[in-house]
Ligand binder design. Structure first.
Ligand SMILES: [Zn+2]
Length: 159
């Protein structure tokens, strides 16, 4: 059996004039190696990314593009709730709920806001909201851009 010839597409030459220009994605030849081509595709997708790609909520888009410049007056419960929420941001939801439960037992006349109420306050105040994306359960990648239509992770084969 004779070895098969592989067709390697010609690589466009970069002229000396192009080399003197600032580097641009468009001056590089298109890669034909699978992973290199995927990387170029990802770079092109990032360059062309828009908020509308992942956010279809018009009110949220408006809020992100026009953040409030006002500093709102906050009641004491909201302020303490926000501070506690921020202090426990790296912890699971249950940590805030447990701390709230303890605080509310101590100060039953001025209970702190629930997790969801304080989270909603924070989103309204900051203009930053959680966007959920499908991801590999093993955190290999997000199923977005060139991976948007895959049914399993190309790295670990997890569905
Ligand atoms: Zn994976």
């Amino acid at each position: 059996m004779e070895p098969q010839e592989h067709h390697i597409p010609p690589v466009p030459l970069i002229t000396p004039v192009q080399l003197r220009q600032p580097l641009s994605y468009n001056t590089f030849p298109c890669a034909f190696l699978k992973n290199l081509a995927l990387s170029q595709d990802m770079i092109a997708n990032i360059r062309n990314a828009q908020l509308e790609d992942d956010i279809d909520n018009a009110a949220l888009l408006y809020q992100l593009r026009n953040p409030s410049r006002d500093v709102p007056e906050l009641d004491e419960q909201t302020q303490i709730s926000l501070e506690l929420f921020s202090a426990l941001a790296a912890h699971p939801k249950s940590a805030y709920e447990e701390a709230c439960h303890i605080f509310n037992k101590t100060c039953p006349d001025s209970p702190l806001h629930s997790y969801w109420v304080v989270k909603s306050h924070l989103e309204k105040l900051s203009g930053v909201m959680q966007i959920k994306m499908d991801m590999c359960p093993n955190s290999c990648l997000a199923f977005t851009s060139p991976f948007a239509n895959l049914q399993q992770c190309p790295e670990c084969a997890e569905p």
